[in-house]
Design a protein around this ligand. Sequence first.
Ligand code: SF4
Length: 304
Amino acid sequence: MFRNMSPRYLDLWETGELRWRAKRAKTMLEECRLCPRRCGANRLLGEKGVCRVNFLAKVASFGPHFGEEAPLVGWRGSGAVFFSGCNLGCTFCQNADVSHGGVGETTSTERLAEIFIDLQGQGCHNLNLVTPTHVLPQILDALDQAAERGFELPLVWNCGGYESEVALELLDGVVDIYMPDFKMSNSEATKKYLRADDYPEVVKAAVKEMHRQVGDLELDDRGVARRGLLVRHLIMPEGIAGTKEVIRFLAEEVSPNTYLNIMDQYRPCHDAVKDPVLGLEPHRNLWKHAVETARRAGLRVDGG
Ligand code: SF4
């Protein structure tokens, strides 16, 4: 392996910067402003904000995962860690019991480091942190401990795209592959369906910064992702996701080489079943049209 394709956090670990960042991030839990919600909860004293997690991370499950994009899965799987809690409030969430229902096991940073090492031992191609935003300090601490013990998998930040400037500053040089959702581009829709009216402006700023840090998605000679940006967008009923603007933004304001996965698996669940729009299934033409539009815009499209 070429040194310049080694996980980026190893350089920060070698200099002690990773430990320092973990400490700095932990202090932010005292009056939590980690994400754009800026709840102000004192998580060190056990208070919980919108994400419903205090000073200890909760893990719902972990293991080799084969349901992600091909460049992440390779042939040995992506080492996924599914965290409980979430800083968004999607009314159509498919994992509501985990994101807001509290399902998961309270996990120390020592145990989290063991999980990372276990996934490496199972041969996974990467460490895929799913819904990690609200437990960033705990992850940095665990990563520092794991690196000390020889952990060296590329790190995937698999998030909802609702990231603050300060979180991305803490992650600069830590993350190898950013994999944010770009869920919706219209603030009226995001206020109603994500409970975050500032989501469009936040996700746009976040995706630009992620691309500045890691660039376009790079694969190794076996087709496995090593570094870069991969964006996901789910086609929603009645076009409420604002797909056209998502594609325009990525092609014109981020990079025409952006890797975009346009997903078609939306099914009404959770509170969505009762909603007159979210209770519908998207017309198949919406997905086909989105894939064609994205290809015409020059994006690297993974549709399906
Ligand atoms: S990470 Fe959680 S507690 Fe902190 S600001 Fe975000 S939602 Fe609130």
